[in-house]
Design a protein around this ligand. Structure first.
Ligand SMILES: [Zn+2]
Length: 416
């Protein structure tokens, strides 16, 4: 192992090395989002799992312990999926059929479907089986070029089951070489035991679930579904303040179902990101300006539910940063492929291909405050990248949608 740690690996004959950064930006906003630096006919040096340097094949190459000839493939930085619900018990394809017959997502949720359906299945599922199925899904994500991801709880909705979900997310983080961050989302919905008494459930989260999760060290962030029919902005702030006392940074599900104050709550809570944003007024855009909240769009959800898309075009044109994530979950966004999310960002939100690329790399990393370790090809960052045979990848990957363009995926310079 000692030998491996000091190892220098030189990747040569890269047709295009995309997403290089010479001056490191913590995020890209407004017009900067359309800029991606690439180098043609390049080599890339990895040392101790980190990016050490790169250069043109026409310049002298450094010595290395191992040389890997990439034979004309293009290289892109590892993708970052900052919002997923990957630990779930069962697909909700039956509900999907109901929606195809014209029943709304909200009506299905009111009838005990939706998140509560997922919670019932998850509570009764054996932990080992749940782990194995969730791990399998994460492996599919990695095959598509994702090298950093976040996983939320929120299908447990009682202390034991929320702990079960987060334990599984942590175990997955230990089992794969990708970086896995976890988020406590006890406030995803009100469970049946607290039906009609949301206030008591909020208190239950604060006094019981949150302390248990934090004492076990299972969460890196806290999230609340702040929306119509779920939690109010006041409850959201109360919950996130309690999380902050345990040192948990905030993330928020905001404005999926309407203009409901979620963005304002995110700014007030100093959240790292406000995710969804399918409904957005001028007041929300103004509020996001002068804040460090990353706006995150989840176009897989809009595609699958047939609801409006987060207007990332407007957000970027207002000079703000914008990130994209999969929202991978069994009810509203069964997509684990960020290349597809990139494509939806372009075709549906009218992001330019480079803007979409920055939205699933550096800005997504920023929404997890991991911009110093991943999200671009920069000296000192983790050597997380993927190769593709696809020519002109920055345009062609989102253009040829629905296929996996990744030939190989490397994490810390090692092929997975
Ligand atoms: Zn979500």
């Amino acid at each position: 192992m000692l030998f491996l740690q000091g190892m220098r690996k030189l990747f040569t004959h890269i047709e295009q090395l995309h997403g290089i950064e010479t001056s490191i930006a913590s995020q890209k906003s407004g017009k900067e989002m359309n800029a991606v630096e690439s180098l043609e006919k390049a080599w890339l040096l990895v040392e101790q799992g980190k990016i050490a340097s790169w250069g043109s094949m026409q310049t002298p190459m450094p010595g290395a312990d191992e040389e890997i000839n990439l034979q004309g493939l293009e290289v892109l930085p590892g993708l970052v999926d900052s919002h997923t619900h990957t630990v779930f018990a069962e697909p909700r394809s039956g509900e999907w059929e109901m929606r195809l017959k014209g029943i709304s997502y909200e009506a299905i949720a009111e009838a005990g479907g939706g998140i509560l359906n997922s919670a019932a299945k998850l509570r009764s599922m054996d932990e080992e089986l749940l782990y194995e199925q969730s791990l399998w899904r994460v492996q599919r994500m990695l095959e598509h070029g994702t090298t950093t991801l976040e996983i939320k709880s929120g299908y447990g909705l009682d202390t034991a089951s929320e702990l079960k979900m987060l334990r599984i997310a942590r175990r997955i983080g230990n089992a794969v070489s990708a970086t896995v961050k976890t988020t406590f989302l006890g406030a995803h919905a009100v469970p049946p035991e607290f039906k009609g008494n949301r206030e008591a459930y909020v208190q239950h989260i604060i006094s019981e679930m949150l302390p248990a999760v934090c004492e076990a060290g299972l969460a890196d962030h806290m999230d609340v579904f702040c929306d119509r029919g779920f939690f109010t902005p006041e409850e959201t702030l109360q919950l996130l303040e309690a999380g902050a006392e345990y040192g948990l940074p905030a993330k928020i599900h905001a404005n999926e179902l309407g203009i409901t104050g979620g963005v304002q709550a995110a700014v007030k809570a100093g959240a790292w990101s406000a995710d969804h944003l399918e409904h957005l007024g001028e007041a929300e855009i103004d509020c996001l300006r002068n804040s460090a909240v990353m706006p995150v769009g989840l176009p897989g959800t809009s595609y699958f539910l047939g609801i409006p898309y987060a207007d990332g075009r407007r957000i970027i044109d207002a000079g703000l940063p914008f990130a994209l994530a999969s929202d991978f979950n069994p009810g509203s966004s069964p997509v684990c492929n960020l290349q597809m999310v990139w494509s939806l960002g372009c075709s549906q939100i009218k992001l330019l291909p480079s803007e979409g690329f920055n939205a699933i790399t550096i800005n997504a990393a920023r929404s997890l405050r991991l911009e110093n370790s991943t999200g671009s090809i920069a000296v000192g960052k983790q050597a997380d990248f993927w190769t593709t045979e696809t020519r002109n990848a920055l345009q062609s990957v989102p253009y040829f949608f629905g296929i996996n363009h990744a030939e190989s995926v490397y994490i810390g310079g090692d092929k997975i």
